[in-house]
Ligand binder design. Structure first.
Ligand SMILES: Nc1ncnc2c1ncn2[C@@H]1O[C@H](COP(=O)(O)OP(=O)(O)O)[C@@H](O)[C@H]1O
Ligand SMILES: [Mg+2]
Length: 240
């Protein structure tokens, strides 16, 4: 049995830890009658299905004038010059699936494509076990995409930071620490939880953000790395 995937529930759990609150981009449940006001406040928002994964059905909305909006999904961009039409369109697109609205981060880029970092955190079986970072990689969005899920380029984190000209080594240490803290919090809430794959963003001001934690993270990208030691470590933790 896996723990329920729900971006809204996870946000509220993590937000309850004061040291993590500032690492979470402002998030709300989508309500169409609040969206215009929110677009006024933030200019650029991300709409995501509460139970979504693989970057599916994610919409990026940007306001670039009084009543002018761009919607970006997958590789396509739609422009709308009317707030009512925008809301209608979004209502149709999201249907009655639960969605969250999140402030869009200005993620650091590699050759004009945003990237983020997957940090794998695990604990062994047994009540007293502590959380450990067992692996990480960076995923660079494919050309034209704002999501880094599919199809993306998988590279080691130090290489990504170098390519993005973020030469600050302490970023890795900080990001790992934030992922560990978040795992502790989620583990406190879900005693059976033993692994979380966090999507961690670094913005253009070198600020670190928790985008989400995945309870059933895909391990395939770890196999794509030249160095397979993280993959083996992760598998070992899963079995012990
Ligand atoms: N608030 C945000 N600002 C900028 N990019 C985002 C934001 N939220 C998500 N993304 C991008 O979209 C990707 C998918 O979002 P995520 O929340 O991980 O949903 P999913 O469960 O579909 O993977 C992230 O890895 C990131 O690249
Ligand atoms: Mg994700």
């Amino acid at each position: 049995m896996s723990i329920k995937r729900d971006k809204w529930m996870q946000y509220r759990i993590l937000k309850g830890t004061s040291s993590l609150a500032a690492r979470l981009p402002e998030t709300r449940l989508l309500k169409l009658n609040e969206l215009a006001k929110q677009l006024h406040q933030y200019q650029s928002l991300v709409l995501k299905p509460r139970a979504g994964s693989f970057g599916r059905d994610i919409l990026f909305i940007t306001r670039d004038g009084a009543n002018s909006y761009h919607i970006h999904s997958e590789r396509k961009t739609v422009t709308m010059k009317d707030t009512e039409r925008l809301l209608q369109w979004i209502g149709k697109e999201t249907g009655n699936r639960g969605y969250v609205v999140q402030r869009r981060l200005q993620l650091a880029q590699i050759q004009h494509s945003p990237f983020d970092i997957r940090i794998m955190v695990q604990r062994r079986k047994g009540n007293a076990s502590t959380w450990n970072v067992t692996g990480s990689y960076a995923k660079v969005a494919a050309k034209g995409y704002l999501i880094t899920n599919v199809p993306s380029r998988i590279i080691p984190v130090p290489e990504a930071l170098k390519l993005a000209r973020l030469r600050d080594r302490s970023l890795i240490v900080k990001a790992n620490r934030i992922a560990l803290l978040a795992a502790q919090r989620l583990g406190g809430r879900f005693p059976k939880l033993r692994q979380v794959g966090f999507d961690i963003g670094i913005d253009r001001n070198r600020r670190i953000w928790i985008i989400e934690g995945n309870y059933q993270p895909d391990l395939q990208p770890f196999r794509l790395l030249k160095d397979s030691s993280m993959y083996h470590k992760i598998r070992w933790y899963q079995k012990h």
